[in-house]
Design a protein around this ligand. Sequence first.
Ligand code: NDP
Ligand code: 8X3
Length: 249
Amino acid sequence: MSKTALITGATSGFGAAAIRRFAAAGWKVIATGRRGERLQPLVAEFGADVVHAAAFDIRDHAAMDAALAALPAGFRDIDLLVNNAGLAQGTAPAQGAALEDWRTMIDTNITALVTLTHRLLPQLIARRGAIINISSVAGVYPYPGGNAYGGTKAFVSQFSLGLRSDLHGTGVRVTTIEPGMAETEFTLVRTHGDQNASDKLYSGAHPMTAEDIAESIFYVATLPAHLNINRLEIMPTSQSFAGFQVARD
Ligand code: NDP
Ligand code: 8X3
């Protein structure tokens, strides 16, 4: 019998690619995101018995509950939760950042993620399922302008390890995937719509693709049941580390 995955942030980037990867492999998938018009092509591509579209703002907890309650019978038994929906807002240093941007990141990347996880934990335990949380290298390595975004992703990584500890003995697997630079709509969203900035960042850098990360998610999800990857950090070859900075008089 086919397994079922709920993948958040499926209107773009990693999430959309992951829906395609899992659906093509015979999974049933629940695709979420605000832009419902972008979910419909996924339903059309694979069929309504394979892809179920649930359009809602993940920060709206009542809408999340309504979407879960409205799942069709064939999609109610969720084996895998992929917490992928998220965003960065702004690249300014903390002292120049907009508080509203910080709140948006915290509400989306942290509060919504823990809320959905809390909602689905009972059935994931009952089904000995799995959780894959999409964090970021930004949650591990600080960089100028990463401030609250990096903080939200550090939370995701540490929350995942805590889940793993609490879920000891249940058979539920928990993995954090921590990608580096991947070309999606991420930078367009981060810069509030600056396509030139996005093009400039990725130009000549050979960034990872959404499909690269979808493949990693699929790999983690389809390992034998006795294996748990705790964290998977993955970068394009072209990206590495720079040194500490020192301010001098
Ligand atoms: P995209 O911008 O292409 O996709 C982000 C997805 O998140 C969209 O489907 C968007 O849907 C969804 N989303 C954002 N806010 C909300 C909301 N309020 N309610 C519901 N859905 C929401 O970016 P990526 O695919 O790159 O990002 C996916 C994840 O990967 C994010 O968590 C990001 O932080 C992380 N990441 C990205 C990296 C990169 O370099 N691209 C590297 C490391 C981590 P919609 O707008 O339709 O609601
Ligand atoms: C996105 C990766 O390096 O742009 O999470 O912060 S980075």
